[in-house]
Design a protein around this ligand. Structure first.
Ligand code: FAD
Length: 388
């Protein structure tokens, strides 16, 4: 007979691990193990986090249902009223808008702080500074064992790997992974701008780079600039004024002059996919299962989609079915496959399409964008899909 409240251990206390803890708390005893230190409580004068997320309406609905959304400081978030996408030549231009916000731009630190507060209020145990050292998979129906560096051993019916793109658990469990390096860097930073952004997210596909300007409260924006390694190093070496001038110019000075507000961070861009994301008593969620190119800004939304589906799958299990049963976890994996594959292919192909210089591709992609811009029904179908 399955235990009334099984034990679930979550490795990784990032946005996806914390959301999973809240989502599964009603049906299981949860512990979260995070390798990093506990973060101090947010305060009014916290510096802006250069890493931001475009949270979709589906992610917002999940965060509301988990009791985390109400802890997010509204003065630190901005709704996206519309999205203006530019190709690398005329007539490539596309405007996407809807009656309600397409997304909310929120800082990574704010999101994690809100989830942490909700986790604390729910009385879920989170241990920081934990180092995993060994993994014994669950034999059929039994508990798995996770060995920690302090010598202790934790046993659980279900082990969740939410430990990010370099997932230790994925490797320890011997799950296969495919990597695609893009030889590019993603630069993230925040700026104040001269003119109001009017809640419009702007994105330029420039052939050798993709630049996104994401609205933050007031006259503030966050950027994600995907560039070649060499170009990334050049941009990182610029002075604050030099970088602000280049970012403003790359967007045709659509928002006037910029001034740098935050640190500049850079991440190597690669696609990492785990074609098999479950095993007996184990499931990978979020970036541990699928890290994609940030050009569609969908990484965290995909991870929250995993959490919502796992919650529904485990909650609907039969009275005798264990939370770690492979048949159940495979059902979860099947339910996620289409969304994950669609997003991985979309980001990968978009990147390739806008990098291709062979004629007639540049003319075709820009004409295609202009064509789509005139098809309101198709645009709304795309918007509905992106909103989850
Ligand atoms: C440049 C860049 C820009 C991005 N922009 C966007 C965007 O605009 N929108 C978007 O949705 N996504 C974006 N992403 C992707 C986004 O950051 C990830 O999809 C998201 O953070 C995934 O959340 P996660 O919880 O799965 O993983 P992570 O956020 O990586 O969290 C993993 C957690 O696990 C912990 N951990 C790691 N190893 C261990 C271990 N062995 N034991 C215990 N704990 C461990 C880590 O400390 C961390 O807290 C961007 C990514 C990059 C690189």
């Amino acid at each position: 007979m399955a235990a009334e409240r099984p034990d679930i251990t979550i490795l990784g206390g990032g946005p996806v691990g914390l959301a999973a803890a809240l989502a599964l708390h009603p049906i299981a005893n949860i512990r979260v193990l995070e390798s990093g230190p506990a973060k101090p409580e947010p305060s009014a004068d916290d510096a802006l986090d250069p890493r931001v997320y475009a949270l979709s309406p589906a992610s917002r609905a999940l965060l509301e249902s988990l009791g985390a959304w109400r802890h997010m400081r509204k003065e630190r978030m901005a709704p996206v009223a519309a999205m203006h996408v530019f190709g690398d030549a005329a007539p490539g231009e596309l405007m996407l808008d809807a009656r309600q916000p397409l997304a909310w731009i929120a800082e990574h630190g704010e999101l994690v702080a809100a989830l942490t507060l909700a986790v604390e209020r729910a009385g879920i145990a989170v241990r920081h500074g934990v180092k995993a050292a060994g993994w014994d998979a669950a034999a059929d129906g039994a508990e798995s064992a996770l060995k920690l560096q302090d010598g202790s051993v934790l046993r659980q019916s279900l082990m969740i790997g939410a430990d990010g793109a370099q997932s230790w658990l994925r490797t320890a469990a011997g799950l296969p992974v495919t990597h695609k390096a893009y030889d590019s860097l993603g630069l993230v930073a925040n700026f104040t701008c001269e003119y109001s952004h009017q809640g419009i997210a702007r994105q330029w596909f420039k052939g050798d780079s993709v630049l996104a300007w994401l609205p933050l409260p007031g006259r503030t924006i966050s950027i994600v600039w995907s560039v070649s390694e060499a170009e990334g190093q050049r941009l990182l070496a610029l002075s604050a004024e030099g970088l602000a001038a280049e970012v403003a110019a790359a967007g045709g000075r659509a928002l006037g002059a910029f001034s740098l507000l935050s640190k500049v961070a850079a991440f190597p861009l690669r696609q990492t996919l785990a074609p098999i994301s479950v095993a007996q008593g184990l499931v990978l969620l979020g970036d541990a299962a699928h890290a994609i190119h940030p050009l569609a800004g969908q990484g965290v939304n995909l991870g929250f989609g995993d959490v919502a589906v796992l919650r529904d799958t485990l909650s609907a299990r039969g009275p005798l079915q264990r939370v770690g049963a492979l048949t159940l976890l495979r059902r979860h994996e099947r339910a996620r496959r289409e969304d994950v594959a669609a997003m991985a292919v979309l980001t990968d192909r978009l990147k390739a399409l806008f990098e291709a210089n062979a004629r007639p591709l540049p003319a075709l992609r820009n004409a295609g964008m202009a064509w789509l811009n005139r098809r309101n029904e198709l645009k709304h179908a795309i918007i509905r899909r992106a909103m989850g």
